[in-house]
Design a protein around this ligand. Structure first.
Ligand code: GDG
Length: 737
């Protein structure tokens, strides 16, 4: 049975040492919730560190036993490993670099070595509990090398990777001494996911510039393997937050807070302590608001929750001091007997208290300097049952790409932040409701469950894509097998592409005339009464007629527009039907699901995907991807894909080599098919073939829908001659010669 294994640095349960022994606390994090239904399903597992150094063997066994009851497998780390791998390379090198704080990044070879060793430790732990058919989903920056390590051990496994933090510009990544190894590590996956299109673009650009691997429509070719790269904005468990906010427990807290705050209006700020979150900048903006708009003094309170995090690291200690100082100064200079400007909590709150704050706050101030996504913004939106409330959101949080109805600000622009606060506090109710309605619809639809399902679907798709494009060398053994089938067959169809297949390319296409050897071999093949030789080309019919028209062979010219049988005249190919819509529509729906704001229009002979209302960049990228996806699917369906103004239209009428080849198969009923070609238009032919056909791709890049490949036109001739040799010319043809 194929299982799914989730791997992340931390397990969704934290083990603590207490006076009574070990305690196990389930994590309330978004990832744990979103993946809960996956890792707890029959046979599935979550592999990770339990958050505590456990050296004692008996204790390790206890932890392992306990976690096993909830589908988890611990990876135990030593103090040195936590220092070098987690606090060191992960949080001291990668975290600052990926958040554009390169000035904080440590470049320490020892830490790197520990990072490699711990990734290997995770790899061993995963391999110990998985089989080759299992699907493995690796998470986040602590495990960038793991996909490649797993790939080496399990070349055919389905491996996904998701990065929860930003992927920065190539200019930042290139500063890392280990940049190539890190990118190669990630490329071990079959699917690499990011929160936004921008991160995905940065990654692809780094892969191109650092590793020299180009990409097309988010597909990177790595050693004959395709890796899909895509954006999957992570959502939240909407119900959980909307229910928590209106629960009696949360509402009790609301009453309690309201009493303490009297009539003061609440601006809310919630983060883990981190220099990426812009906490100090936010405090300065609040101070400036009170100075610039003194009418808010006594009227608004900033409720600020800072969750302790990484406080052993130097920058975090310094940040904590800075925040303490700022809060102290602002409170001291503005407070009155009945009003404290900032209510500051340096601790983690239970969910219901957090929900109470979301419910109570009129304004959420989410202004990170950099943030992969930021779930607090989405949780605030989900908590607003009455649709009142304003979200102020940094344009540098991944969420900003989706929540365009928030007041978007540049977190470095304190003055703009002050104006945004003033605007939020004075925003008319109807505007609040209208903005919140749009944001809620989005957060409700694109939940964390939607995110996880989408990722798993795409991972399966990436495997299908790889399998569909794998070819085998047409070696001596296969050739012998083919010749046996050829000899035994009664009605053989040979579909032969011309340029790049029968004839090598020339600088001037008009000079690619057939040589004597080619004419001879075609003649021999055509002379066998069991054979139908069809030249299937993009060339116009005149050239084909002039060069090969004197042979008793058949033609498909201009990619299927013109057809000619050996004994008759040129004819136009034409059909019109709508059966394809049932197949194409689900594909468009998939793109609607993945592209907020896009929609489908159905016309009599066409389907149209509109993306005018989608995020500009994402819309463009998805359009390119959809176009390529449809081109891939549409070929055998008599369709045409048109790239219009913010629309992609698919309509009946396209004719290609595949449709023309299919007509030959339907009319002739061959019991042996050989088809050979070198370019993208020949993929249409390959796609139209039954699985038993000998379809052969010519070229050094062997990825194709064909079953086999040969290197060049010399090989093509070798195969044709071998077939001609075992062909039996018709007696009449012999006497006529
Ligand atoms: C990383 C990326 C990306 C906060 N305070 C309390 C509390 N929280 C919860 C929030 C929210 C979570 O913590 C914070 O999530 P974020 O997304 O805001 O940030 P990171 O922890 O840095 O997460 C980030 C995320 O991964 C997912 O991919 O969005 O960009 O940096 O869920 O509610 N929860 C409780 N008490 C608190 O005091 N119970």
């Amino acid at each position: 049975m194929s299982r799914t294994i989730i791997v992340s640095n931390r397990l969704p349960t934290k083990v603590n040492r207490t006076d009574e022994g070990l305690s196990f606390t389930p994590s309330e994090g978004g990832l744990a919730t979103g993946l809960g239904s996956i890792y707890r399903a029959e046979g599935n597992l979550w592999v990770g560190w339990p958050g505590l150094v456990v050296g004692d063997e008996a204790e390790r066994q206890q932890v392992t036993r306990q976690l096993r009851t909830d589908s988890m497998r611990p990876v135990f780390l030593t103090n040195d490993e936590i220092e070098g791998f987690y606090e060191g390379f992960s949080n001291g090198t990668l975290w600052p670099t990926f958040h554009y704080f390169s000035q904080y990044a440590l470049y320490d070879e020892q830490m790197w070595e520990t990072y490699v060793a711990v990734n290997q430790k995770f790899c061993d732990a995963v391999l110990a509990v998985t089989g080759p058919d299992d699907t493995i989903w690796v998470h986040d920056y602590q495990l960038l090398l793991l996909p490649q390590m797993l790939r080496k051990a399990r070349p055919d496994s389905s491996i996904g990777f998701f990065l929860h933090i930003p992927f920065p510009s190539h200019e930042i990544i290139r500063a890392l001494p280990w940049r190539a190894q890190l990118l190669e590590g990630m490329l071990g996956a079959d699917l690499i996911g990011f929160h936004t299109f921008g991160y995905m673009r940065h990654f692809l650009s780094s892969v191109a510039q650092i590793l020299g691997l180009p990409s097309q429509h988010g597909v990177v070719e790595v050693e004959h393997r395709t890796v899909l790269v895509d954006s999957f904005p992570m959502g939240i468990d909407y119900e959980r937050y909307s229910t928590a906010a209106s629960s009696p427990e949360a509402q009790d807290h609301v009453v309690h807070y309201r009493e303490a705050l009297r009539d003061s209006r609440v601006i809310l700020s919630i983060d883990r302590l981190d220099y990426t979150k812009g906490i100090a900048q936010r405090l300065r903006a609040f101070e400036l608001l009170l100075n610039r708009y003194p009418e808010w003094c006594g009227q608004v309170t900033l409720v600020m929750v800072v969750v302790p995090s990484r406080d052993q690291v130097e920058q975090y200690k310094a940040l904590k001091e800075e925040i303490d100082e700022l809060v102290g100064r602002i409170n001291a200079s503005h407070r009155t007997m009945s009003w404290t400007p900032i209510q500051y909590f340096y601790r983690s709150l239970p969910l219901h208290e957090l929900a109470a704050l979301y419910s109570l706050a009129e304004v959420a101030l989410v202004t990170p300097i950099r943030d992969g996504m930021n779930l607090v913004a989405k949780e605030f939106v989900a908590s607003k049952a009455d649709l009142h409330g304003v979200l102020i959101l940094s344009e540098r949080a991944g969420t900003a790409r989706e929540l365009s109805d928030a007041i978007l600000i540049n977190p470095s622009d304190t003055s703009q932040l002050v104006e945004a606060l003033h605007q939020a506090l004075t925003m008319p109710e109807n505007e609040q409701v209208s903005r919140m309605t749009n944001m809620q619809a989005l957060v409700k639809k694109y939940t964390v469950y939607h995110w996880a399902n989408l990722f798993m679907d795409r991972l399966a798709h990436s495997k299908d894509l790889q399998n569909a494009m794998a070819t085998t060398t047409l070696d001596h053994e296969i050739l012998e097998q083919m010749l046996q089938e050829y000899t035994a067959a009664d009605k053989r169809l040979l579909l032969l592409d011309y340029d790049g297949t029968l004839a090598p390319f020339t600088d001037d296409p008009q000079r690619a005339t057939p040589d004597d050897d080619l004419i001879q071999v075609l003649k021999e093949l055509a002379a066998d009464p069991h054979n139908r030789v069809v030249i299937i080309s993009g060339r116009d019919r005149t050239a084909l007629q002039n060069w090969l028209g004197h042979l008793p062979i058949n033609f498909i010219a201009e990619h299927g527009v013109w057809l000619k049988k050996a004994d008759s005249e040129w004819k136009l190919f034409q059909t019109m039907n709508n059966e394809w819509k049932a197949q194409i529509r689900p594909v468009l729906e998939q793109y609607v699901n993945r592209t907020t704001g896009s929609f489908i229009e159905e016309k009599e002979y066409s389907l149209v995907w509109h993306y005018r209302r989608a995020d500009n960049q994402q819309g463009l990228e998805r359009a390119r991807e959809l176009k390529s996806h449809l081109t891939f699917l549409a070929a055998n369906n008599d369709l045409q894909v048109l790239d219009g103004n913010k629309v992609i239209e698919i309509k009946t009428s396209g004719i290609n080599k595949g449709t023309a080849a299919a007509r030959w198969i339907a009319g002739y009923h061959p019991d042996f098919i050989f088809t050979i070609g070198d370019d993208r238009t020949d993929e249409d032919t390959f796609r139209a073939m039954p699985p038993t056909a000998y379809s052969v791709k010519v070229g050094v890049m062997p990825r194709s829908l064909a079953r086999f490949h040969v290197d060049d036109t010399v090989d093509v001739r070798r195969v044709l001659h071998a077939m001609a040799k075992v062909s039996v010319p018709a007696p009449a043809a012999e006497t006529n010669e």
